[in-house]
Design a protein around this ligand. Structure first.
Ligand code: NAP
Length: 270
């Protein structure tokens, strides 16, 4: 496993297990058990995924100690708008059967995010969260926090993959000491047959998904691949035994179309 070190010296495993669209009852417990058995120690959930209980079940069954896990959840938009961040955080803790989070994020930059960020900072200062951050924030949202004189987030989790490399946002975050996490790191599995990926995969005896995840690691992104398929859960973790050369990286960089799969944070209404 590779780790990144956040500005506050917290270590974060660079491959995390994403669980968006993983059903709480029928999928989450088994998928989490499989992931933890494989070696993942970082799980990325959110209140809105409605599977925090299922994740907790999987963790309990796995026998992995809480202190060996990096657990992330997120404050949903309604709670941000309603000034309900602290209660939403406590509700997530209860569903996750834990008394702290390793990382808590504001899910989207909806109205009220500056006040919500103040609440997260207080929870962080009380020691209830090891690291705090935001998700889907553009440069101008991050600037708003700065203008309010508030702590710079430790993390920004955004849509990021070879088709949408977001160079300006990444430069901004690097300058500010904000670690980037990539959501939909595998482009939701939709574009893995692009020849650049399959050719590089063949050269290294790896799969296209492994090549894309390796591109993330070598670019310094924390990546959060999601799968409920046991062989893919394992495949997505077998990425620490090879590396890409400059030629491979350039070929993958050339795949960029700058098109999003998910919504633009400036246009959300949910
Ligand atoms: N903060 C946010 O707003 C936000 C938004 C979206 C996502 N996220 C986080 O990021 C995580 C990942 O994003 P995502 O779920 O959108 O997309 P993703 O991880 O890029 O792709 C998941 C899809 O790819 C398939 N897949 C997984 N591994 C594969 C492999 N090795 N080969 C071929 N196909 C493969 C999965 O299928 P199977 O499951 O059927 O195997 C699933 O359909 C989420 O689970 C969530 O934790 C955050």
């Amino acid at each position: 496993m590779q780790y990144a070190t956040l500005r506050n010296n917290v270590q974060i495993p660079m491959v995390g297990f994403g669980v968006w669209q993983v059903d709480n009852d029928t999928e989450a417990p088994a998928a989490v058990v499989e992931a933890l058995k494989t070696g993942y120690r970082h799980i990325d959930t959110a209140a809105i995924y409605k599977n925090e209980e299922g994740v907790a079940k999987g963790i309990a069954v796995s026998g992995v100690k809480r202190s060996d896990l990096f657990l992330t959840s997120k404050i949903w938009n309604d709670d941000i708008r309603e000034g309900n961040t602290k209660q939403a955080f406590e509700d997530s803790l209860k569903r996750l059967e834990t008394d702290y989070l390793d990382l808590c994020l504001l899910h989207w930059p909806v109205e009220g995010f500056v006040e919500a960020w103040k609440d997260l900072i207080e929870l962080y200062e009380e020691g209830k969260i090891k690291a705090i951050g935001v998700s889907n924030f553009k440069e101008h949202h991050l600037e708003e926090l700065k203008e309010a004189g508030l702590m710079v987030p430790l993390i920004n989790q955004v849509e990021l993959h070879p088709q949408l490399p977001q160079p300006d946002l990444l430069d901004y975050c690097q300058d500010e000491g904000i670690q980037i996490e990539a959501w939909s790191p595998l482009m939701q599995g939709k574009f893995l047959d692009i020849p650049a990926f399959t050719e590089i995969a063949e050269k290294h005896g790896k799969t296209a998904a492994q090549v894309v995840l390796r591109w993330h690691l070598e670019s310094g992104h924390v990546a959060l691949p999601k799968s409920v398929t046991p062989h893919r859960i394992r495949e997505n973790f077998e990425v620490f035994d090879f590396s890409l050369d400059a030629d491979d990286m350039a070929k993958i960089d050339a795949v960029a179309t700058h098109e999003r799969i998910g919504p633009d944070p400036d246009e959300i209404d949910f």
